[in-house]
Write a protein that binds this ligand. Structure first.
Ligand code: HDE
Length: 725
C-alpha cells in the first residue's frame, strides 16, 4: 500500500465502526492486499514470474494450471461497456430528508429527518466510450441509488431537465445518430458530426434540449457544480392513496458553473479525467459535495392546468409556475474502493421504486422501464446482477426466482413456488392484501393507438423560454456552440435545416448561427413545411425564468476553487503571503506553479516550493491566477512562453486574475493599460502594496481577488476572442 492509500484506508469506515448499513454490507466483500499469492482455489503460488516449461529454454507445458488460470481470468476481465453513459465516476454518501413528507408520500426514506439513507451516485457523459474525455459537450447522467429500508430506489436523471425525444421508440435512432458513425467509428464522444444533426434537424422535438446542450450546461466545470433532474414527471402517493405529480431536482451547494468551450476542449487532452479527478480529490480532501433535493409538486386534479403536458419529457415546469421545494440533502463523503466492483457494476433502473413513488405515463419513461433490466442482463452477464454487492438491497429480499448465471444465494428448502403449504408448514399466499408496493390505480379507458398526443405538439415555446432566460454572454455561448457544431458538418443541407428550425426559436439567434456557415439565411417557412414539424403553440405562461440561467448561481463562496500562483526565481514572496492566506482562509486551494519542480528562490532568497510546472499543469486546470511582484521573477517569466501563455489563456477564459506590482507585465500584449481601470475580473495591486508595509492594503487586494474568484467566470470580459492563446 502506498502511504496515501494507507491513510485513506485508515479513514474509511469499516463494518464495525458505525458505518452505514450499506458500508457494513460492502465490507463483507472487501479484501485488502496480501503478501501471499494463491490460486483462486487457495493454493499457494510458488513463483509468479515463470511458467512451467520442459527445460529452462523449452516450451511451456499445458499442465501449467497456474499459468492457465491466471491468463484465462485476464482474458475475461472486460465486460461490455454501457450502451450509453459508458464513461462515469461515482461516490458513496447519504441522503437525509429535512422534514417528514408524509402529507405527499409514504416513501419511508422521506419520513424521518434523523435517518441517513445510504446512497451511491454515478455521474456520466452519454455518448462517449468508457475511456473518453470528461469535458466533452454532452448531457451528464446523475444517477442516485438510495439503499432504503424498503428496498433500493433509483433516481436515474440527467443534468438537463428535458430530453431530446418524446417517445422511447426513437431512443435507438437518437443514440445511433449521436454515437460515432458506424462506417469509421468517428468522432468519439462528440455530437459535432453529420448523423447527429441530420437526425436532430429532422426531429424538431429535439430543439429544446439542443438549446440546453449547446449552453454551458453541456460543459460543466465540475460534477459537483451541476444540477440534476429526474426529467420525467413521477408521482408521489401518500398513505391515503392520494397522488401528486412530482418533478425532482438536485441543486448543488456550490452553484452551477460551466467551462469555456475552448478550455473544455483543451482539458480533454491535458487531463481527460478532469471531472473524475476533481470529484475524487474533493472527497479525499474532506470537501464533501452536497446537493439539496428539490421537488415541484402538482396535485392529481391539476394535471391539465398548464399549457404543456406533464407527460411530455421535452417540457419543464418553470419554477415561476411551481416553486421548487427543498426537502432534503445529499452528501457524497466516500470514494469507492474499487472502480470495477462499484462504479462499473452498479446497475440503475428507473423501475427500482419504493412504496410512495410511482410513474407517470410519460412514453419515454415507460420505455425506460423496460430497457434498464434488459441491458444489465447482457452487460453484467445474467439475471442475478442484483446480487452483486453494490446492487444488493440492504433490507432483506426474498422471492422464488431461482438459478441463472452466477447465482450467489443458497436458497434452502423444498419450495420455490407460491402459493404453498410446504415452505413453513402453513399456507403461504401473496394476494395484495398485506401492503407492499401498490400501483396508483389510475383510471384508464384507452383505445389502443400508436400515435403521439397532440398535447406534445409545441416544440419551440420552451426552447424560446430557455433562450430568453439566458444572460447576454450565455446567449453568445449558445450561438458559438451551434456554430461550432454545425460548422463540422460536411453536408450543407443539414446546416440549413437546422438554422431553419432555429428561426422558430428566435430569428436573431438563427441568423447569428447561420452567418459563418456558408449557407443561406434561415428560412422559417421551409422548416414549417417539413414532415415532423409541430408548432401548435401553447399559451406563454412564463416569458423569462431566471432559474434557467447559470450566471450568479451559488452562495458566493470560493470553496474548493483552484488558484495558480505563478513563480520563478526572483519573485517577491512577501507580496504573495497575505493574498495566499486570504484565499485559503476563504476555502480556495492554491498551487504554486513554476518553471521546474523543486523550489525557486524569491527576491529575498527565500525558498518557494513549487507544486506543479507551467508545462504539466496549464492554466485550464485552474479557476484563477495570481501573479506576484518582483522585477527579476517577472522578467524571467516574460521569457517563458508557457508562463505568458498561462496568463493570457486564463484571461481569454474569463478567469479571475490578480497581478501584483511588476506582475502586470504578464498582461502585456492583451492591450491592457496598467494605468487605467482594469478589465472585469482582473485585480491589479499597485506597486506600494507589493512592498507590503501596508497590511490593510494587502487585505483589500486579497478580498477583491476572492470576490472576483467567487463570480466564477467574468463572461462579460470584452474582446477575449482577440486573445491569441
Ligand atoms: Fe437512459 N439508459 N435511457 N436515460 N440512462 C441507460 O442503462 C434508456 C434516458 C440515464 O450510471 C442504459 O444501465 C432508454 C433519460 C442515466 O449506470 C440503458 C431511454 C434519462 C444512465 C438506457 C433512456 C436517462 C442511463 C445504459 C429512452 C434522464 C446511466 C446502461 C426511452 C432522465 C446510469 C444502463 C448509470 C443508462 C436506456 C433515456 C438517464 C440502455 C431506452 C430520459 C443517468 O438501459
Amino acid at each position: 500500500m502506498t502511504p496515501r492509500n494507507k491513510a485513506a484506508a485508515g479513514r474509511r469506515p469499516k463494518a464495525a465502526d458505525g458505518a452505514s448499513p450499506k458500508q457494513a454490507q460492502l465490507a463483507l466483500y472487501a479484501e485488502d492486499a496480501s503478501t501471499q499469492l494463491t490460486t483462486n482455489q487457495g493454493l499457494q503460488i510458488p513463483d509468479n514470474h515463470n511458467s512451467l516449461k520442459a527445460g529452462v529454454r523449452g516450451p511451456t507445458l499445458l499442465e501449467d494450471f497456474i499459468l492457465r488460470e491466471k491468463i484465462t481470468h485476464f482474458d475475461h476481465e472486460r465486460i461490455p461497456e454501457r450502451a450509453v453513459h459508458a464513461r462515469g465516476s461515482a461516490a458513496h454518501g447519504y441522503f437525509q430528508v429535512y422534514k417528514s413528507m408524509s402529507q405527499f408520500t409514504c416513501a419511508d426514506f422521506l419520513q424521518d429527518p434523523t435517518v441517513k439513507t445510504p446512497v451511491f451516485v454515478r455521474f456520466s457523459t452519454v455518448a462517449g466510450s468508457r475511456g473518453s474525455a470528461d469535458t466533452v459537450r454532452d448531457a451528464r447522467g446523475f444517477a442516485v441509488k438510495f439503499y432504503t429500508r424498503e428496498g433500493n430506489y433509483d433516481l436515474v436523471g440527467n443534468n438537463i431537465p428535458v430530453f431530446f425525444i418524446q417517445d422511447a421508440m426513437k431512443f435507438p435512432d437518437l443514440i445511433h445518430a449521436v454515437k460515432p458513425e458506424p462506417h469509421h467509428e468517428m468522432p468519439q464522444a462528440a455530437s459535432a458530426h453529420d448523423t447527429f444533426w441530420d437526425f436532430a434537424s429532422l426531429m424538431p422535438e429535439t430543439t429544446h434540449m439542443l438549446m440546453w446542450a449547446m449552453s454551458d450546461r453541456g460543459i460543466p466545470r465540475s460534477l459537483r457544480m451541476m444540477e440534476g433532474f429526474g426529467v420525467h414527471t413521477f408521482r408521489f402517493v401518500n398513505s391515503r392513496g392520494e397522488s401528486h405529480f412530482v418533478k425532482f431536482h438536485w441543486k448543488p451547494k456550490l452553484g452551477v458553473h460551466g467551462l469555456a468551450w475552448d478550455e473544455a476542449q483543451k482539458i480533454a487532452g491535458k487531463d481527460p479525467d478532469f471531472h473524475r479527478r476533481d470529484l475524487w480529490e474533493a472527497i479525499e480532501a474532506g470537501d464533501f459535495p452536497e446537493w439539496e433535493l428539490g421537488v415541484q409538486m402538482i396535485p392529481q386534479d391539476k394535471e391539465h392546468a398548464y399549457g404543456f403536458d406533464l407527460l411530455d419529457p421535452t417540457k419543464l415546469i418553470p419554477e415561476e409556475l411551481v416553486p421548487v421545494q427543498k426537502i432534503g440533502k445529499l452528501v457524497l463523503d466516500r470514494n469507492p474502493d474499487n472502480f470495477f466492483a462499484e462504479t462499473e457494476q452498479v446497475a440503475f433502473h428507473p423501475g427500482h421504486v419504493v412504496p410512495g413513488i410511482d410513474f407517470s405515463n410519460d412514453p419515454l419513461l415507460q420505455g425506460r422501464l423496460f430497457s434498464y433490466t434488459d441491458t444489465q442482463i447482457s452487460r453484467l452477464g445474467g439475471a442475478n446482477f442484483h446480487e452483486l454487492p453494490i446492487n444488493k438491497a440492504v433490507c432483506p429480499f426474498h422471492n422464488f426466482q431461482r438459478d441463472g448465471m452466477h447465482r450467489q444465494t443458497i436458497s434452502r428448502g423444498q419450495v420455490a413456488y407460491e402459493p404453498n403449504t410446504l415452505g413453513n408448514g402453513t399456507e403461504y399466499r401473496v394476494d395484495g392484501a398485506s401492503g407492499g408496493f401498490q400501483s396508483y390505480p389510475e383510471d384508464l379507458s384507452p383505445p389502443k393507438v400508436r400515435r403521439r398526443s397532440p398535447s406534445f405538439d409545441d416544440h419551440f415555446t420552451q426552447a424560446r423560454l430557455f433562450y430568453n432566460s439566458q444572460s447576454a454572454p450565455e446567449k453568445e455561448h449558445i450561438i458559438a456552440a451551434f456554430r461550432f457544431e454545425l460548422s463540422k458538418l460536411e453536408v450543407p443541407a443539414i446546416r440549413q435545416r437546422m438554422v431553419d428550425n432555429l428561426a422558430h426559436v428566435d430569428e436573431k439567434l438563427a441568423r447569428r448561427v447561420a452567418e459563418p456557415l456558408g449557407i443561406g439565411a434561415p428560412d422559417a417557412k421551409a422548416a414549417a413545411g417539413r414532415p415532423g414539424f409541430r408548432d401548435h403553440r401553447m399559451a406563454v405562461e412564463v416569458e423569462e425564468s431566471p432559474a434557467l440561467r447559470m450566471v450568479d448561481s451559488g452562495d458566493g463562496s470560493v470553496k474548493t476553487r483552484k488558484v495558480a500562483i505563478l513563480v520563478a526565481d526572483g519573485v517577491d514572496s512577501a507580496s504573495l503571503k497575505p493574498i495566499r492566506e486570504a484565499i485559503e482562509a476563504a476555502g480556495a486551494q492554491c498551487k504554486v506553479v513554476g518553471p521546474r519542480l523543486g523550489a525557486v528562490a524569491s527576491a529575498s532568497k527565500r525558498q518557494i516550493e513549487v507544486d506543479v510546472t507551467f508545462n504539466n499543469t496549464p492554466s485550464v486546470m485552474f479557476d484563477a491566477v495570481l501573479v506576484p511582484a518582483g522585477k527579476d521573477g517577472v522578467e524571467a517569466m516574460l521569457q517563458m512562453g508557457d508562463a505568458v501563455h498561462f496568463v493570457h489563456e486564463a484571461f481569454k477564459h474569463c478567469k479571475a486574475i490578480c497581478v501584483v506590482g511588476e506582475g502586470v507585465q504578464l498582461l502585456k500584449g492583451l492591450g491592457i493599460d496598467p494605468e487605467s481601470s482594469p478589465p472585469v475580473g482582473v485585480v491589479m495591486a499597485p506597486t506600494p502594496v507589493t512592498n507590503m508595509g501596508d497590511a490593510t492594503a494587502a487585505q483589500q487586494i486579497a478580498q477583491q481577488f476572492v470576490g472576483a474568484i467567487a463570480k466564477h467566470r467574468h463572461w462579460e470580459r470584452p474582446n477575449v476572442d482577440a486573445v491569441a492563446a
